[in-house]
Design a protein around this ligand. Structure first.
Ligand code: DSN
Length: 476
């Protein structure tokens, strides 16, 4: 950057950053340009993806990223925090307003990080967690054997019903009564129906467990009122901030329990060595009553964020979260969220009409799952994802409950509507989208679990249609 004897104004400093990058590093600049072109010219149907505003991008790419500190606003370990304190306080206030929460922590670096902070704030190594299995629609960070939680805690997964693919709350309750978890986790990454958070809380209370609701996939819908909120049901609600359309990062929210004193599970009616033993009236057979340290839950979370789990917060992300939370409070955002659900319903209905095996028969949220193996013998999620990408349609393969294939092949495809809705698509476009996807999946020649052939002329024809389609709905 050329030096300026007078210095630069913030406007000059931040303006034209793209040109600065092009001059400094043409290789990276070209790749960014390519990624912009890819996002603009392909149909974005990954349920876990979203598209943030340019205002959010501006906050991410600002000098706020230069600030280092530790701790929370008003209690930092470095000087020069007056401005970032204001930014973090603003983000917290807006997050609380968006989700009607009593406490918000905007520091987690990701949704998975938010989960790890909550889990390690509550549990000790080897403690028990009951959570939705990853191959049943749950999330890897909730206790998949390969994950942090799976390695350090004793996980029992709960499943959806094999006949309906719906959560079975009675079965989960029975499992909880038997397993005696210290933490019950609800929230999913591949489940298209409304989650009954009140029911989960009743189960948690019955066994003396804490409840964490991970709403990453549905956070935008929750904020807008298009899905019931867990904030006053769960002890802790976590989410990533990019899935609802903001910057990368995580968020921890608390409702009515935010000041409840932290008590170890032993104090909440469980004794490690007596797990599963109940007296006739259902009360614990042996209850250890130790005086509690009485740290409120919110403080427990805060101390475990820093110094427990993270170091420096990403303050540019926090600035961008503040921008995003303001957007979330707008009428436009609310309309977008209800549009996402409406589009998902239309898209799902089209696939059902065309003979696809849609799990649960429909959707209440932003996504649906279909068993593609039941569309054509030998068709796999892997082939679906790759042959659609060859035609500029971006989806992801997804392991289905009770899938006979592993996660790298799968029988499922998962489609979501956040991005296409944001860019202005509605009912007719969802019908066109379904038709385009279907034309490819009926045409592809299946040669193995991962091997297929698709006529290049046909690919180009679909690509061309997708390109024209996307041009009518540019990235917002
Ligand atoms: N949780 C993963 C998904 O749903 O695809 C990625 O965030």
């Amino acid at each position: 950057m050329p030096s300026s004897p007078e210095g630069w104004s913030s406007e000059q400093y931040h303006g034209g950053l793209s040109g600065v990058l092009a001059a400094a590093d043409g290789e990276v600049y070209q790749l960014l340009t390519k990624e912009y072109d890819r996002q603009q010219n392909t149909l974005q149907l990954i349920a876990a993806e979203n598209q943030c505003s340019r205002a959010v991008l501006a906050a991410l790419g600002s000098v706020v990223q230069n600030k280092t500190t530790e701790g929370f606003a008003g209690a930092r370990f470095h000087g020069g925090c007056a401005v970032v304190d204001c930014l973090e306080t603003l983000a917290i206030g807006r997050a609380k307003e968006v989700f009607q929460a009593r406490y918000a922590n905007v520091q987690p670096h990701s949704g998975t990080g938010a989960n790890q902070i909550v889990i390690t704030a509550l549990l000790e190594k080897g403690d028990r967690i009951l959570s939705q299995a990853m191959d049943q629609g749950g999330h890897v960070s909730h206790g998949a054997p390969v994950s942090f939680a799976g390695k350090f805690f004793e996980i029992e997964p709960y499943c959806v019903r094999p006949d309906t693919f719906l959560l079975d709350y009675d079965a989960i309750r029975e499992q909880a009564l038997r397993f005696r978890p210290k933490l019950l986790i609800c929230g999913a990454s591949a489940y298209s129906r409304t989650i009954d958070f009140a029911r989960f809380r009743a189960i948690a209370d019955e066994v003396g467990a804490y409840l964490m609701a991970d709403i990453s996939h549905i956070a935008g819908l929750v904020a807008a009122g298009a899905h019931p909120s867990p904030v006053d049901h769960a002890h802790f609600t976590t989410t990533s901030t990019y899935k609802p359309g903001g910057p990368r990062g995580g968020l921890i929210l608390m409702g009515r329990d935010f000041e409840t004193p932290f008590r170890k599970a032993e104090d909440r009616g469980q004794k490690t060595e007596d797990r599963g033993q109940r007296t006739e009236d259902g009360s614990p057979s042996s209850v250890v009553r130790r005086p509690s340290s009485a740290t409120p839950l919110w403080e427990r979370i805060e101390k475990n964020t820093f110094p427990g789990f993270q170091g420096t917060p990403c303050l540019n992300n926090i600035a961008a979260k503040a921008v995003f939370f303001k957007e979330m409070l707008s009428a436009q955002y609310r309309t977008w969220q209800f549009g996402i659900v409406e589009n998902a319903k239309v898209l799902t209905e089209e696939f059902v009409r065309m003979g696809y095996d849609v799990l649960t028969g429909g959707t209440d949220n932003h996504m649906f799952l279909a068993n593609v193996a039941n569309l054509r013998a030998g068709l796999t999620g892997y082939i679906v994802q790759h042959c659609l990408e060859d035609c500029a349609i971006i989806v992801n393969m997804n392991r289905l409950p009770y899938d006979r294939h592993n996660a790298r092949i799968t029988s499922g495809m998962r489609l979501g509507t956040p991005i296409v809705t944001r860019n202005g698509m509605g009912r007719p476009e969802m019908q066109t989208t379904a038709r385009l996807v279907d034309s490819v999946l009926r045409r592809v020649e299946i040669q193995g679990d991962r091997q297929y052939c698709l006529d290049p002329a046909f690919q180009n024809e679909v690509k061309q249609q997708v390109h024209e389609f996307c041009t009518r709905f540019p990235m917002q």
